[in-house]
Design a protein around this ligand. Sequence first.
Ligand SMILES: [Zn+2]
Length: 139
Amino acid sequence: MIRYSLRCEQGHAFDMWFADGATYDALAGEGHVSCPECGSARVEKALMAPGIPRKGAAQAMSNAPAPREVARMISRYRAKVMAETTDVGRRFPEKVRDMHEGLIDHAPIRGEATPDEAKSLAEDGIAILPVPPEPPKEN
Ligand SMILES: [Zn+2]
């Protein structure tokens, strides 16, 4: 059940319960929802009654992906990086710099860089992306 705060064309406010939003739409659309004060069937939804969780509103608020989905996305991204890059380990900063300077061919690589090394690369206009850590496994 869902409670709507309604208002008629005369400005009378009243609350009514409906099985769901679709039921309200159907009834109101056919003029079966009328103001208890003046009988007008020209009513419209006012603000939602507080404290009544509404399905639509809850869904609108949770547009951001759920934590589980985020974990899956990170996991997929990580797997893709792992599959498409070569691990050069500690030689990463040096390799990236060499690539940037055209000393060696560009290739997708991954490896280790300290925060200082990453900062130094960024200062030289070399963008590197952190590989996200593997999210904890779902139980
Ligand atoms: Zn009225």
